[in-house]
Design a protein around this ligand. Sequence first.
Ligand code: 5GP
Length: 179
Amino acid sequence: MDVVERVLVSKEQLDKQVEELGARISKDYQGQELVIIGVLKGGFIFLADLARKITIPVDLDFMSVSSYGNSSKSSGVVKIIKDVDTNITGKHVLIVEDIIDTGLTLNHLVELLKTRGPLSVKVCAALDKPSRRKVDLKVDYKGIEIPDEFVIGYGLDYAGKYRNIAEVCVLKREVYTKK
Ligand code: 5GP
């Protein structure tokens, strides 16, 4: 697509990473009651791939939180648009997110879910931008580390579009600076 500067993470790299994470999660939660919570909208493609690499029975649910809107900078404001329907009390919880940037979103979600009496709350993300972190967040299942670039594809959008690109791509800077 003409808004793509370059491909940062190929489909092959993503598939390999997802397979590894799926195997680890299946092993770590063997015999336990696990609720996987996908963070919408960005996490939907990663979760769809990851869920099919998990070989133990799990409950799947979704939360929707406010994103960047049409800007490429985090506001730091996390608004819950849709909460989970599942009761997580006494269960293990794994939050699945597309990307960790400042860490503010996941930090907020972890603290919120912890108030509901789960056995544990852990975090899994497809992509990580560690250089941008603003909070000390423990990422239990970490995907691919990327530099401080604004990326699209593999579930990630710019102004609501481009989530359907198969690879993780750098968005052309001129696309978000011309406004
Ligand atoms: P954080 O709260 O960690 O700063 O940001 C997390 C959310 O910001 C992600 O779930 C994602 O929606 C959005 N985000 C962070 N970095 C990027 C990026 O490079 N591209 C896109 N499309 N969204 C991003």
